[in-house]
Design a protein. Structure first.
Length: 148
């Protein structure tokens, strides 16, 4: 099994995030403008992951809300899925959120994304609500949280 490294993205990493996110989500991509804002919004952090720090193949975007945190997005390139990269990114976000003082971590996930739901449930997340027709294609989102 690959041992994944995680590291914070920095200034100059915008193009890498835009590429990773587009390849991970296709038509559901947030788009370049929204992703660029991730690097400029106070409290928002971007993490990369990969087998080496020169070749990121996954990312996580999360927001520090002081006593709480929100996982905004996790993306993994299709050719490296099912290799525990999402779990590594989720673990890195949880650790960073705890270090920042958060007591809870929240997220919203496509109700039909069984792989993501399984990852979050394995990591202690519980459903706390549903947002009907949340996504552009009309899919529902489940709101979930975990105690840190």
């Amino acid at each position: 099994m690959t041992r994944w490294l995680t590291w914070p993205a920095g200034v100059g990493d915008e193009a890498a995030l835009i590429r990773l996110e587009a390849e991970s989500f296709g038509a559901r991509s947030w788009g370049e403008n929204s992703l660029d804002a991730s690097f400029q919004t106070p409290g928002v952090a971007v993490l990369f992951a990969g087998a080496s720090k020169t070749s990121p193949v996954g990312f996580a975007i999360w927001r520090d809300l002081t006593s709480e945190a929100e996982l905004l997005s996790i993306g993994v390139l299709p050719n490296v899925r099912k290799r525990a990269l999402g779990a590594a990114l989720l673990g890195a976000v949880r650790a960073a959120a705890r270090k920042a003082g958060a007591k809870k971590l929240f997220l919203e996930v496509d109700a039909g994304n069984t792989a993501a739901l399984a990852l979050y449930q394995r990591n202690g997340f519980v459903e706390i609500g549903r947002r009907r027709a949340y996504y552009r294609d009309g899919a529902d989102a489940l709101a979930m949280q975990v105690q840190l």
